[in-house]
Design a protein around this ligand. Sequence first.
Ligand SMILES: [Zn+2]
Length: 269
Amino acid sequence: MNNSATLLALGFVRRPEWDWANTEHYCLQHGGAIFRAYVVEGNPPGVYVRLGLVGNEKGAAHWRDCISEGSVARKLAEAERTGAWPTELGRVVSLPAPSKDMLFEDNDGKQHRVVYICYIDGKPRDAISEQIDMPGCGSTWDFEEDTKMEEPGYYMYYESGGFGLHHQGIQVFCSYWAADGFVLHDTGKATRLAEPLILTQSMSRNPFEGNREVLGLEYCRVCDAFYDEDWCPDHHREKKDGGVGYRKGFRKKDQPAPTPTIQEGASHE
Ligand SMILES: [Zn+2]
């Protein structure tokens, strides 16, 4: 069973300045690399060590779950033997300086560089970025066409995952662009593009340019309208906990099998 003694036995030392709420972090310099680790309650239940290879003082990339002292030791030895962290589907080896046109700022004011974009039917579907001030720390972004714009070709995107720069998988028949140094494995039948596509509305290769970040990609289940901080004006209400709920008559219990309805001749003079 892992606990903090597991890490201490392997030579880790406490690094309080890395702590998150409720987690005590430990540091180990080993084989020319810096590792960061903490102990968590896992799912399935049990205690395991989460081990990361540190990109810099602020962040860690490529987290791994270790379920025993032996597995922590094996992963450390593997890093020493290969000089690198074992690859998943993709990982950043060493990225060249970011090109200016592939940078963007998120809604929190953080600067990112785009390292990977997946397209379906020529439209951005998802992308991965690396935070400029935290090398090795990335975010995954999902894209959908912006339904609030009258013309097609505008996109909204939201941060669907973060912390750790690795590629989770690739759509079978997509095309994709990846920055030099962003290594992908098992890309299947996907087509690699030499350059990101130029999007029709923004005339930019950067899918974050001219488009907007949203809190999520949620749609009203009654009328299928997209909602963000503006809820569906016809079907939503604020719940007691401040969350979004459905108005009377449109709740799940009111409508066991809700189907979108088309109103015909709904004019009231
Ligand atoms: Zn609605």
